[in-house]
Write a protein that binds this ligand. Structure first.
Ligand code: HEC
Length: 144
């Protein structure tokens, strides 16, 4: 009797334990990767948003006017491109919507970068606009 109660308690504990470890893992896929400490919101706040806003500001105020400005654009686009890879790393990606948005971020930022290298403003702006579609698509599905 004592033994079967102990057994039951043990089974309950094991079941509880796996439920507790399973749920944060599913949640963690969106808000944080599986092994690295950076939370998604800090990647967004500290890296994705500033680089995106800097490009937006640049196009709003004036077209890149000199070598340095085009290089600054190339720098922001490069960072956004790398972040597209980061968002797919460490088990962070939970589904197809996320994967597609990350791919759009990568593809379109690469086009912005290419346009910055050839100083093609129209192409840079069009690709930037397409790139921001990735922000909206992923947020609609995954940002609370
Ligand atoms: C593949 C998915 C994905 C893409 C692409 C993405 N985001 Fe996010 N973003 C998220 C998620 C998920 C959150 C919410 C994170 C949380 O609160 O835990 C978020 C949150 C944010 C936040 C709020 C951060 C904070 O301070 O709490 C900002 C700002 C942001 N994103 C900007 C952007 C911009 C700008 C882009 C496009 C250049 C972008 N994001 C692209 C997934 C994405």
């Amino acid at each position: 009797m004592v033994r079967s109660i102990t057994g039951g308690v043990l089974i309950l504990l094991v079941a509880f334990g796996s439920a507790i470890t399973l749920f944060p893992a599913a949640e963690g896929a969106v808000t944080q990767g599986k092994s690295r400490p950076a939370e998604t919101k800090y990647l967004m706040r500290g890296a994705v948003q500033p680089n995106c806003a800097a490009i937006g500001k640049m196009f709003k105020e004036a077209a890149p006017a000199d070598e340095k400005a085009w290089e600054t654009l190339a720098c922001h686009a490069s960072l956004l491109n790398e972040l597209g890879y980061v968002l797919m790393d460490d088990g962070r990606c939970p589904d197809k919507t996320w994967a597609e948005a990350a791919k759009t971020l990568k593809d379109e930022s690469a086009k912005v970068l290419a346009a910055a290298k050839t100083k093609n403003l129209d192409e840079a702006q069009a690709s930037f606009k397409a790139m921001t579609g990735a922000c909206a698509a992923c947020h609609k599905a995954h940002k609370k």
